[in-house]
Ligand binder design. Structure first.
Ligand SMILES: [Zn+2]
Length: 232
């Protein structure tokens, strides 16, 4: 028995449409695929054997209206479950120390603690952002824009679509004394050669890679290897 498949209009991958759906997203490039009425048509062979399904397509809300593309996802990851107890512990300890110092009426040590208050506040803000924030990438009127919210967060400058040479995912390894941390970012190379970081501080490569593929498909940019690119 042959499996009835549909060819993706974006990347030519052979697809099996989900049961009872007239439209779905290609698991390889994220293109919107419309199931023809006369489906199942004839079987198609894969054009590219090296295609891999997009790793976190289900986390990203994709909206296409004409030329406009909106990609949105929430930050919520397992990191929050490590950071929240740590932030509470840190601030709890600070509170106990502050009460101890205030009760001695000798307030100068509070000055010494100010740095720790700063770290504590940053941790709380970071945890809150991890829980409520999301990122939206919009390609509209020839410009690509990245915004984070609702809690304010640093965003990159917008880039004209015509000025984009290539997208690529970069791996940043930080070796500490006891542990090594790896972070991933989505980078963009402008035609002038200038590099723009679109997304940074990601703890796995899934979101940046998926976004890279979705943007390349939408903007019709062929994926080319870039020096220093993460391909693992
Ligand atoms: Zn596709």
């Amino acid at each position: 028995m042959s499996v009835k498949r549909l060819m993706c209009p974006g990347c030519s991958a052979p697809l099996t449409p989900p049961e009872g759906r007239s439209q779905f997203f290609c698991q390889f490039c994220g293109a919107t695929v419309i199931v023809p009425q006369e489906f199942p048509p004839s079987v198609t062979e894969p054009k590219d054997e090296t295609l891999h399904p997009l790793p976190s397509l289900d986390r990203i809300a994709i909206k296409r209206e004409g030329d406009r593309l909106t990609l949105r996802w929430q930050w919520r990851t397992w990191i929050a479950f490590v950071l929240i107890p740590f932030a509470l512990f840190w601030n709890g300890l600070l509170l106990i120390m502050t009460i101890g110092i205030v009760s001695t009426f000798d307030l100068w040590p509070l000055l010494f603690l100010s740095l720790f208050y700063g770290v504590g506040l940053f941790l709380l803000y970071f945890c809150a952002a991890l829980l409520v924030n999301g990122t939206t990438i919009t390609v509209e009127r020839g410009v690509i824009a990245v915004t984070h919210g609702p809690l304010p967060w640093k965003t990159p400058a917008t880039v004209p679509v015509d000025d984009i040479e290539q997208f690529y995912v970069k791996e940043k390894i930080q070796r500490g004394k006891d542990n090594t941390s790896v972070q991933y970012s989505l980078e963009l190379i402008r035609k002038s050669g200038v590099n723009v970081t679109l997304l940074s501080g990601e703890y796995d490569a899934d979101i940046p890679r998926t976004i890279e593929r979705l943007l390349e498909t939408h903007l019709n940019i062929a994926d080319r290897p870039v020096k220093g690119e993460f391909t693992g």
